[in-house]
Structures are given as C-alpha cells and as structure tokens.
Design a protein. Structure first.
Lengths: 260, 265
C-alpha cells in the first residue's frame, strides 16, 4: 500500500477544524424560522410537500400549494344551492349592510382554511398570498373566525409583518358591523402596492356608500390597472362604469380617460 | 504542482463541456425555465415569484445532476478505460490529479449554472411590469447573483462528496445513492438539530449527534429560502457559509486524495 503524504493529512485536519469552527458559528446565527415538517405535514399532500422540502425549497413548495389552492377555490364545486358547473360569475357577496363584493368563486369551500394553512406553514413569509387568503376567508366566505385564527397563526410565524395586524383589525371591525372603523383600516391597508384586488373592491364600495365618490373611482381605477386576474379587472371596470353612470362627476381626478 | 492542476483542470473542463449529457442538461434547463412561464400563469398574483422560485430550483437541480454524474464518473471512468495508467506514468502527484479533475468539473458546472441563470433573468424580464412589482422593495440585482453563487457553493460540497464516494464505493450506483442520501439529509439540518435537542442523552442522542456532525448542513447554504426571512444577516452569514462549504469540500477532497493514493495501478 502506498504511503499518503503528510501534507494531505495536514490538509484534512485543517479542513475538519475549519468545518467545526464555521459550523458552530453558523449554528449560532442560523436564522431558520420555517416551521418544522411535523407542523407542515398535516394535509393529504404531505408526501408532495416533503418532496419539495427534501430539495431544500420551502418557497417552491408554498408556490405549488398556493396554485393547488387556487385551482380548488376557482372550481364551482360545493356551490350552495347550485349544481356543479353552474355559472356563478355574477355572484355578489354582501360583506357589510348594503356593500357587496363580486366573488367569482362564491360557494362553500370547506377545505379553504386547511389549504391556506398549508401555504402558510410551508412559507410563512409568502405575505402577499397569506393576506389574500385571509381576506378571502373573511370577506368572500364570511368566515371571520377562521380568518382571524388564520391571520393570528400568520402573526405568530412572522410577527414582523405589520400589515397582518391591520387586516386583523379590519376583520374585527367587520365582525362588529363597524363600517367606519373597517373603512379606516382598509384605507390604511390600501396604501401598500400589494393590497389584494378583493380588498380594493371592498374599499371602493365602502367609499361609494359614504359618498366619497372620487376616492371610490380612484380605487376602482387602480384595481382595474393593477389586478393580475382578468376577472378582477373586468369586475373593477364594471364597478367603475356603474359609478360613472350614476355620478359622472366622479370621473374628475382620474388619471386619464377610462379605457372601457 | 499548480500548473499540473491547471492543465488537468483545463482538459477536464473541455471534456465536460463536450459531453453530450452536459449539453442535454443545458437544453432541458432552458426548457424548464421557459415552461415556468406556463406554471406562473396559474398563480396570477404571484407570476414572477413562481418563475423566480422554480427557476432557482431548476438551476440548482440541473447543476446537481451535472456535478454528481460528472464527479462519480470523473475518476472511475479513467480507471475503467485505463487511461489513468498513462497519466500516472507522468511526474504528477495523485492529489494534484484529484484536484485538477475536481476543479475542471466545477468550472464546467459553474458555467452551466451561470448560463441558466442568465436565461432565467431574461425569462423573468419577459413581463417587465410584474417583474417591477415583484422586485419592489428589495435589491433584486444585488441579491440574485448571491443566490446563484450560494447554489454553486452547494454544488461544490455535493461534487466533493460524490467524488469521495466514487472512490470509496468503487461503484457508480452506490456512489450516486450515498450522495443522494447526503443531499436530502443535508437539507434537514434544522430538523436534526431540533431532534438532537429533544432526545435525552443516550445511544439515539449520540447517533443523531454523530450524523449531525458528519452530514453537510445545506441549510447554511440554502439562501433561496434564507434570504426571504426578515432580519436575515446576509453578508456576514454568507462569509461563514462560504468558508463552511470550502472547508467541507476540502475535507472530502483530502479524503478522496487519501483513498486515491492508496489505490494500486
């Protein structure tokens, strides 16, 4: 057997020592805050989720969970009082007295919270989707208790995201039927660029209800311009057209001619 | 020694980039990155995020395939084809040979990952409006190269492990299986640390401790997930993580050099 040169042994020992030093430094500072798999693995998709995690990808796992949730939430199944496949594109949900929002996916979705929790526990920093799902539970599905529980879990996992608190407050106002408080909270949440279209729509309707038609027109316009989904843009266009037909003076202050 | 290492690295690099598998992987990398646009259409509010996440994962996985298959066949193929006898007649130390082969492979892997990353950015830029929304509020252009660099650091460690196992197991399949196990287990570092804390002192505790020490902790290098955590220390953490990757792969290379030195030709 050939002898191994001494330099190779020195090289090996030095490397092992450096691994130990760097490893202990990193252990002390690793900011790992993703939930452990025993918290994540709570749905029928456990195997799939663990597969993504074994590739070191919490974010991709959450993206896939979010896409699967949208496919579930976009389906007309379990639509109360209608057979599967019914067209319910014009379904309106009354979110507070006299204030309606359009909900393309109106119906009963018993697994919505469970699926939303799956997204949350896979990636608690997927803030835009988490807010959207909390809003869907609270305002579209009128399941405020579930929405509050959902957002409280989101706050526990990522307390630094202050907008969760705003949404919790808005939902609490809605629960109490305090439209004024709800309006103030929604105005605050709408200041951010990633405010979900559904919340913008609700805010516009509340503003319209209180006679603040210029602000309502502006928020519908913003919803029309920035919404990623065609259905939301169509919805925003409908609401703005309706407002402008009722109160043409609301068009003052809009950035340009409304592109109907 | 340095010139010998460089010469071997150069011919290994050329050999790798002329390899059909390398080109096929690059092609499929491009296909998957393009296809991510279709998947993104299913998440209308988060299109660029899906393209971003899937792209980074694809770059890493295709890099992994190149690195692992390349490493496993790096020395074994030359032993099987007996071309190694020719090389060993030259005034070349065995550790220089191992280092040259390894760095040549690594350069080829880094090149393929960089090419895929450039294409990935173009795919993301295909929708400038949503790209702007996605990158609003964080420095994309300074962060993205670091994410790719840390994926390359993972490849450095994985390729070194694969090379070690190819010499230790002397069979491509078992080397692939062992490397795959290390890759997967390495991504559960935080979970293993948690189990370690929860188990009382005893045989299981020491078994986990030994595994925790021996296995690479890829979560130190997993910046694809780490960068999104609020308060992530960034640069200072990255320095230690790169040192860890370099030291871990150096240890694997040293062990490979020991195994290779003891082989009789």
């Amino acid at each position: 057997m050939r002898r191994v040169s001494r330099s190779v042994w020195v090289w090996l020992l030095t490397s092992v020592a450096l691994v130990a030093v760097a490893g202990s430094r990193l252990d002390a500072r690793l900011p790992w805050r993703y939930p452990l798999p025993n918290e994540i693995a709570r749905t029928e998709h456990m195997g799939e989720d663990l597969g993504w995690l074994s590739l070191g990808s919490h974010r991709m796992a959450a993206d896939m969970a979010y896409i699967q949730l949208l496919q579930y939430y976009g389906k007309p199944e379990e639509h109360e009082g209608h057979a599967d496949g019914d067209d319910h594109a014009d379904h309106k949900v009354e979110v507070s007295p006299g204030v309606y929002i359009h909900d393309a996916a109106a119906g009963i979705y018993p697994l919505l919270k469970e699926k939303a929790l799956r997204v949350l526990y896979l990636d608690p920093f997927f803030n835009g989707a988490i807010i959207e799902l909390g809003g869907a539970l609270a305002f579209n599905q009128k399941r405020t208790d579930e929405a509050l529980d959902y957002l409280r879990q989101a706050i526990r996992l990522d307390p630094s995201f202050y907008r969760y608190h705003l949404y919790v407050s808005a939902i609490l106002y809605k629960q109490k039927g305090d439209d004024k408080g709800l309006l103030d909270m929604l105005l605050e949440t709408a200041k951010t660029a990633d405010c979900p279209p559904m919340v913008q729509g609700l805010l516009g309707n509340l503003l319209k209800k209180y006679g603040r038609i210029h602000e309502a027109a502006a928020i519908y316009y913003r919803m029309y311009v920035t919404s990623p989904r065609v259905e939301d843009r169509r919805d925003a266009a409908g609401r703005l057209a309706e407002l402008l037909l009722e109160r043409p003076e609301a068009a003052q202050g809009l950035p340009g001619p409304f592109p109907l | 020694m340095t010139s010998a290492v460089l010469s071997i690295a150069r011919y290994t690099f050329i050999e790798q980039i002329r390899n059909r598998l390398y080109l096929i992987i690059l092609f499929f990398g491009g296909v998957i990155l393009s296809a991510s646009l279709l998947l993104a259409e299913l998440a209308p509010g988060h299109r660029v995020r899906v393209v971003f996440d899937l792209g980074l994962l694809a770059i890493e996985l295709f890099g992994l395939v190149t690195a692992v298959f390349g490493s496993v066949s790096l020395v074994l193929q030359e032993i099987e084809s007996k071309t190694i006898y020719l090389l060993m007649t030259r005034p070349l130390s065995r550790s220089s040979y191992i280092l040259g082969r390894f760095f040549g492979l690594l350069a080829a892997v880094a090149l393929s990952m960089a090419a895929m990353a450039a294409f990935h950015v173009l795919v993301m830029l295909s929708n400038p409006y949503w790209f702007g929304v996605f990158t609003d509020g964080w420095p994309f252009w300074s962060t993205y190269p670091l994410l790719v660099l840390m994926s390359m650091a993972k490849m450095l460690v994985t390729a070194a492990i694969a090379l070690f196992f190819s010499l230790f197991a002397t069979s491509s399949v078992s080397a692939l299986v062992f490397t795959g196990f290390f890759w997967v287990a390495g991504h559960f570092g935080a979970e293993m640390a948690f189990i370690l804390k929860k188990t009382a002192a005893g045989p299981m505790h020491y078994l986990f401790k030994a595994l925790f020490t021996l296995l690479p902790n890829f979560q130190y290098l997993n910046f694809r997930d780490l960068y999104a955590i609020p308060g992530f220390p960034g640069w200072s953490f990255m320095g230690s993580a790169l040192l860890y990757a370099a030291a871990y792969s150096a240890a694997c290379l040293a062990l490979s050099a020991v195994l290779f030195s003891r082989k009789e030709f």
